[in-house]
Design a protein around this ligand. Structure first.
Ligand code: SF4
Length: 384
């Protein structure tokens, strides 16, 4: 399995491809089938998959697209992923997609949805209202919302979405999530066998390929990685918090690791870890998905759960991975992350843990200042 080492590079190349060649190839192999893209953070991929379509989770354009048009639609003080997604739409990069879905994660994402919809009236653009409560009526609400989306997908695809197909899709995504959990467990236990940037590439690349193909990649990884030669290093075990939507450049994740951090937990590309348990395969599948979202989702700054404070979720993450520090890695102008930073910081202070706040943009060209900050932070802990 030595050849598996080369997989990271090819997956990374796929992740960087703004022409969405993989999506175009899939559509050529499945004539007439549709592809539907989602804006982060969470999306019910199962519904789209069960409709015979390819669900694809967008992650902005990183440093691969200059903003030349999107500035005319949005003001300056807005996160980068909003602008690069708009720029992708305005420059034809989203042409392989037959539909675009957004959800109620923040005001910026809400605005983006309706700006795209107004600019591209011929395209199926929809907004998924996710509940902000954990009551039974929230399950009813989301159940109805999912059924509305299914009706739209049936209209787009011209075929009904059957219960058997929904169950099969849930089964596949359960398997994907189970394997991703295994990967995170392996990394937390043996960070010398799997670096965070590698696991990030393994996971995020799955947002762009059929779930069946991604499951195979994850299985191969989990077969190979425990046998990989690797030497434990003297590093600080850290949790990354705050990078759940706009994604940092891969170089920044590598920078943290090279500066002496073992990233044992994070909230990067969190969609594939959204549910804490398998979605049940008994009963009505749409109801099961709605219940899972409301009752068994991970904590997140874009999901409100009044039954359990989000900072307790972070505290559990820290304890569960025996982390020694928290790095708040927050996208510039990301309001949900900055609002929660205050609450998370209070909890981390109470726990007596050191922490560092770093701000990033998906488009970053110089890392010198960040490198100095991280190296100073790590040294302060090592020589404490
Ligand atoms: S990065 Fe933050 S502000 Fe920007 S779209 Fe995502 S959640 Fe909203």
């Amino acid at each position: 399995m030595k050849e598996f080492e080369r997989t990271f590079d090819s997956l990374y190349e796929g992740m960087q491809d703004l022409s969405f060649a993989g999506v175009r190839n899939w559509k050529e192999l499945h004539p007439g089938a549709k592809a539907v893209a989602f804006f982060p953070v969470y999306a019910p991929m199962e519904l789209v998959h069960a409709a015979g379509m390819l669900p694809v989770l967008l992650s902005g354009a990183g440093d691969r697209l200059d903003i030349q048009h999107a500035d005319s639609r949005f003001g300056s003080f807005i996160c980068s992923i909003i602008k690069t997604t708009m720029e992708m739409a305005m420059t034809g990069h989203l042409e392989p997609f037959d539909g675009l879905l957004f959800s109620s994660i923040c005001d910026s994402a809400r605005n983006l949805c309706f700006v795209v919809k107004r600019n591209y009236p011929q395209m199926y653009v929809d907004f998924l209202h996710l509940p902000h409560s954990t009551s039974e009526s929230s399950v009813d609400f989301l159940d109805a919302e999912y059924r509305r989306i299914i009706t739209e997908l049936e209209r787009l695809g011209g075929a009904p979405v059957r219960q058997a197909a929904l169950n099969r899709s849930i089964e596949l995504y359960n398997e994907q999530r189970r394997l991703v959990r295994c990967l995170y467990d392996l990394r937390a236990q043996s960070p010398h066998l799997l670096r965070a940037w590698e696991s990030y590439v393994l996971i995020r690349s799955g947002n762009l390929m059929p779930v069946e193909a991604h499951i195979e990649v994850l299985k191969q990884a989990l077969d190979y990685l425990p046998t990989r030669p690797g030497k434990k290093r003297d590093a600080i075990r850290v949790v990354i918090e705050g990078a759940f939507c706009e994604q940092p450049p891969l170089e920044l994740i590598r920078l943290l690791e090279n500066a002496g951090c073992d990233i044992v937990e994070d909230d990067l590309a969190i969609a594939q870890r959204w549910f804490t348990e398998d979605v049940p395969l008994t009963g009505d599948p749409v109801r099961a998905l709605a219940e899972s979202y409301v009752q068994r989702s991970v904590y997140s700054s874009v999901r409100h759960d009044f039954s359990k404070p989000r900072w307790e979720g972070l505290a559990e993450k820290v304890r569960g991975t025996r982390a020694e520090a928290v790095i708040f890695l927050i996208a510039k102008f990301c309001e949900p992350a900055y609002f929660d930073f205050v609450l998370f910081k209070k909890k981390v202070d109470e726990m007596g843990l050191p922490h560092l706040l770093l701000e990033f943009e998906e488009k970053l060209f110089t890392f010198d200042r960040l490198r100095t900050e991280v190296e100073t932070f790590v040294e302060s802990l090592v020589f404490d």
